[in-house]
Design a protein. Structure first.
Length: 380
């Protein structure tokens, strides 16, 4: 047998990426004990302590149970409880490039920022490092009772955060769901229900927002993102718009299910990158106000736009069946959409084009599209 010289082995070790040779898996459990050495031979009790002991490249696996203010006295940091660093308005801070997942999934593993006085104003989890993986499919957390569920902010020294992935969580009863201000990051396969604010606030560039379910929140998705893809999400029965878009940017909105919100898309340019969003192959159905209300140039093609703005609601709709309303200064290309009737928009049972001067809707589709829309395989 040929032997590899020890000098070559030593050289290969030196060439390994920093931390790769020492990447560990730390564990956290409801019966664990926080100490200076927990996580490897015995589990830690708090996620925060495991993060304190981790280094870039490590993984943290959290067992079933409740993590937070364990005795509900309103004070974090007591024995076994979560405690973020001073200055972080959060319960748990992830400021290292680590992976944090649950062992048994969201329904068994709860991160709870509430106490005796009820919900907290803290973010339940704040991510402040690039390369963080927080949750995976069927390895996420239930995240409750915070001012926000998950926030992603700039890293140390103001460095822009990139490459974060947030996946597999149930996020409910918070002030807001997920607030992502990062680039080249992804929010995938989360169930975000009954938060008082936005289900998702997305800022940054080249992000991916995929297969999320947002039901009964104060608003669906609010975004000033640039060149970001929103695909296969279900935004249903949110009090505000399904999509509240504030950036004139080349974002792509693809195969989303947008149903029963105050508006389907409400697009008001607060930031302009000199580009137009593309709204393609969505179901925009039964929203209380306009299916698409836009104050920016846009392309909306191949969508089902039906049943919108049927009711008379003060400040939202006049019962005019507006599938599309565009500010008269902004051109909109809205061809090949299905409006609810084979004869096109404006028929008795169809949505209308309420901006005929500047919105082009012919040719239109004569029958409804059948999309593989919405989140697939979302099982936190």
């Amino acid at each position: 047998m040929t032997r590899v010289p020890s000098t070559i082995i030593a050289l290969l070790a030196l060439l390994l990426p920093a931390g790769a040779a020492y990447a560990r898996t730390l564990t956290v459990a409801a019966n664990g004990v926080d100490s200076a050495r927990c996580g490897t031979s015995v589990p830690c009790r708090s996620v925060s302590q495991a993060i304190n002991l981790a280094v870039d490249g490590d993984s943290i696996v959290v067992g079933p149970g409740r993590y937070g203010d364990l005795n509900l006295n309103g004070t974090f940091g007591e024995s076994g409880e979560e405690a973020a660093p001073a200055g972080c308005t959060c319960m748990i801070q992830i400021a290292k490039s680590v992976t944090v997942v649950s062992r048994d999934g969201a329904y068994s593993t709860v991160l709870d920022a509430g106490g005796a006085a009820g919900p907290s104003t803290l973010a339940v989890v704040q991510i402040a490092a690039s390369g963080v993986v927080f949750g995976r499919a069927r390895q996420g957390f239930t995240i409750i009772n915070g001012g926000a569920g998950v926030t992603v902010v700039d890293a140390a020294a103001g460095l822009r955060t990139q490459g974060v992935r947030i996946e597999g969580h149930v996020i409910t009863r918070n002030g807001a769901g997920v607030r992502l201000d990062a680039d080249a990051s992804s929010v995938v396969g989360n169930v975000i229900i009954a938060n008082t604010g936005d289900a998702l606030t997305i800022d940054g560039a080249q992000d991916q927002v995929l297969r999320n379910v947002a039901i009964g929140n104060g608003q669906g998705v609010s975004t000033r993102a640039e060149r970001t893809t929103f695909q296969d999400n279900a935004l249903v029965a949110n009090a505000g718009p399904g999509f509240f878009v504030e950036a004139a940017s080349a974002n792509a909105y693809l195969r989303n299910l947008v149903v029963g919100n105050s508006y389907g898309f409400f697009m008001r340019p607060a930031v302009s990158y000199g580009e137009a969003p593309a709204i393609r192959n969505n179901d925009i159905l039964g929203n209380l106000g306009n299916g698409i209300a836009t104050g920016m140039s846009a392309t909306a093609t191949g969508n089902n736009i039906t049943g919108n703005a049927v009711a008379i609601l003060d400040g939202i709709a006049d019962g005019d069946h507006c599938g599309l309303f565009a500010d008269e200064t902004e051109p909109v290309l809205a061809t090949q959409n299905y409006w609810g009737d084979s004869l096109g928009p404006g028929q008795m049972d169809a949505d209308h084009n309420c901006s005929p001067k500047n919105a082009v809707v012919i040719p239109f589709a004569r029958s409804a599209y059948r999309f593989g829309e919405g989140p697939r395989g979302v099982m936190p």
